[in-house]
Design a protein around this ligand. Sequence first.
Ligand code: ADP
Ligand code: MG
Length: 147
Amino acid sequence: MSSIPTGQFVTRSAEETFDLAYRIGEAINEPAVFLLQGDLGAGKTVFAKGLGAGLDIDPAEVNSPTFTIVNRRDGRMRLYHLDLYRIAGGANEVYDLGLDEILAEPGTVVVIEWPERLGTFAIPNAYQVMIDDLGGDERSVGIQREI
Ligand code: ADP
Ligand code: MG
């Protein structure tokens, strides 16, 4: 099992959030799904970049792109980064994105921004990452594994 750090953290800069996520990326050695919750500008994409870097993926290649919803990048493991912000949401639309196939692909790490849009599309055993803006550059970052 991967020894992924879980718990409640406070970061005081984007770099600290990046580093926290980097340590998680580094610790991953088996398939895992991360659901990143938090408002616009909370730091979800910063977190995704750090996690990707921990998988040996160039952070510049991990973005929230304007026209793509799913990005695939290969590092030490394959990373799928999804930003569901622009979809209306619901299980049908998520199926159309091929998320069930992505989740069935062996050896992959999946990071999803705006998991609220998943609707009834359930993902068991995912890590829930909750980022809250505490004002200024402070963020609380809660990481826990769903049962
Ligand atoms: P999201 O993907 O949640 O919409 P982004 O990761 O794209 O948010 O942007 C977060 C913004 O907040 C960036 O401009 C980043 O530099 C800034 N920021 C300031 N402090 C922090 C922090 N502690 N953690 C993460 N981002 C921070
Ligand atoms: Mg984002």
